[in-house]
Design a protein around this ligand. Structure first.
Ligand code: PMP
Length: 400
């Protein structure tokens, strides 16, 4: 048998690559929670103010959301035993999908195991050979992976730039694509800014393109009763695929799409991540359904989230911090160099504040930041505590 001269070492490359990540300070050092994720949480052995969880409305701790899981386990058991299309669709799954469609004001909805699975499973099925996918340049990694799995041609437009999207669409008219899919985050997870979804749906309609909006950070946060980005812009029914997650404001886990019955029938027959992966235990879907009910009927959580957001952003501004162009509870505190952001996160942790740095390549080299996310369960005293810690560490590092 002919052999090449390449020396392969299937074991050592793991260690070599890991060592490289460590030497470049790019490795993840995992912090471990010893309590539920809440406004205050026990992390690495001490109680800290939580500023980096997506549990916006503190629903992970809501009694109704927790009780729903316990009751569902009693009735349906711990696991579902199958994938959805075979024997893994329980009454609880169908009830969630009905409740979700009603909440999102769409004809139908479909729940996936995660938001990542929804993006990775559905996007490549919506556009294939002879089609074009047009994506915001700062879309989430799960969208990027979904796009990579497609056989369609792909291109990006400048971040949140409807003019640039128009340019790309005009150019696309010169070719004869069968389908054009425009895909964007609703709220961008690094900066907390919002996609111009109203302009996007108008442009899409002019060009016969399909729209797909990932509302992971808009769900439960934007619009009337947290119904998300379509409610925020009053474009209900105009987005072809509203995709979202239960892992953030709803406080549980699970991805979904909402839209027409045709979309759902298509998606469930085509998405391999839905067809070939075990379905949620009933406890998960029952909690998700309870979370929707809480968001709809207890407006105090959403109100508190936005009050806290305004208070915290104003406090950061008064201290002299650059809090970016965020329009949502995701608030980046821009500090400059990666090393400063890393150091500041450690110093904040010493002050019992848990907030993580976001550094290059996730953001530009000189725009490293501490990304904070508000929680409806924080009191004003909690936020003052955080602001004091930010002031102290920011001054010590010469950021303010
Ligand atoms: N889209 C966006 C914009 C996200 O921020 C995330 C979560 N990081 C996802 C999709 C994936 O959602 P899930 O956690 O449900 O997999």
């Amino acid at each position: 048998m002919a052999q090449s001269n390449v020396k392969r070492d299937p074991r050592s490359f793991l260690r070599l690559e890991y060592d490289r990540l460590v030497s470049e300070d790019l490795d993840w050092r995992i912090r471990i929670l010893a309590s539920s994720s809440g406004p205050w949480t026990i992390v690495s052995g001490k109680k800290v103010l939580m500023l980096c969880s997506n549990n916006y409305l503190n629903l992970t701790n809501h009694p109704k959301v927790k009780r729903a899981a316990l009751e569902a386990i009693e009735k349906f058991g711990a696991g579902s035993g199958s994938v959805r299309p075979i024997a893994g669709t329980m009454q609880a799954h169908v009830e969630l999908e009905k409740a979700l469609a009603k909440y999102k004001r769409t004809e139908s909805s479909l729940v996936y195991s995660t938001g990542f699975a929804a993006n990775a499973g559905l996007i490549p099925q919506l556009a294939g050979e002879g089609d074009l996918i047009i994506s915001d340049e700062l879309n989430h990694g799960s969208i990027i992976d979904g796009v990579r799995l497609s056989r369609a041609e792909r291109t990006v437009y400048k971040h949140r730039d409807a003019e640039d999207l128009k340019r790309v669409l005009d150019e696309a008219e010169l070719k004869s694509y069968k389908q054009i899919l425009i895909v964007t985050d609703g709220v961008f997870s690094m900066d907390g800014d919002i996609a111009p979804a109203d302009d996007i749906v108008k442009l899409a309609a002019q060009h016969g393109a399909m729209t797909y909006i990932d509302d992971a950070h808009g769900d439960g946060v934007l619009g009337e009763a947290g119904r998300g980005i379509t409610s925020h812009f009053r474009i209900e029914g105009k987005v072809d695929v509203e995709m979202g997650t239960f892992s953030k404001a709803f406080g549980v886990v699970g991805g979904y799409i909402a839209g027409s019955a045709d979309l759902v029938n298509y998606a469930l027959n085509k998405s391999r991540t839905w067809l070939l992966s075990g379905s949620h235990p009933a406890s998960v879907v029952a909690s998700c359904k309870a979370a929707i009910d809480v968001v709809e009927h207890e407006p105090e959580h959403l109100k508190a989230l936005w009050e806290n957001t305004r208070y915290f952003k104003a406090g950061l501004g008064n201290l002299g911090f650059d809090a970016g162009a965020s329009e949502t509870p995701i608030t980046p505190v821009i500090v400059g160099q990666s090393s400063t952001a890393r150091k500041m996160s450690e110093m904040l942790f010493d002050e019992n504040v848990f907030a993580l740095p976001i550094v290059f390549p996730m953001v530009a080299l000189d725009k490293a930041r501490i990304r904070t996310i508000m929680n409806s369960g924080h009191s004003k005293a909690d936020l003052d505590f955080a602001l004091q810690a930010f002031g102290k560490t920011g001054k010590a590092l010469g950021v303010i």
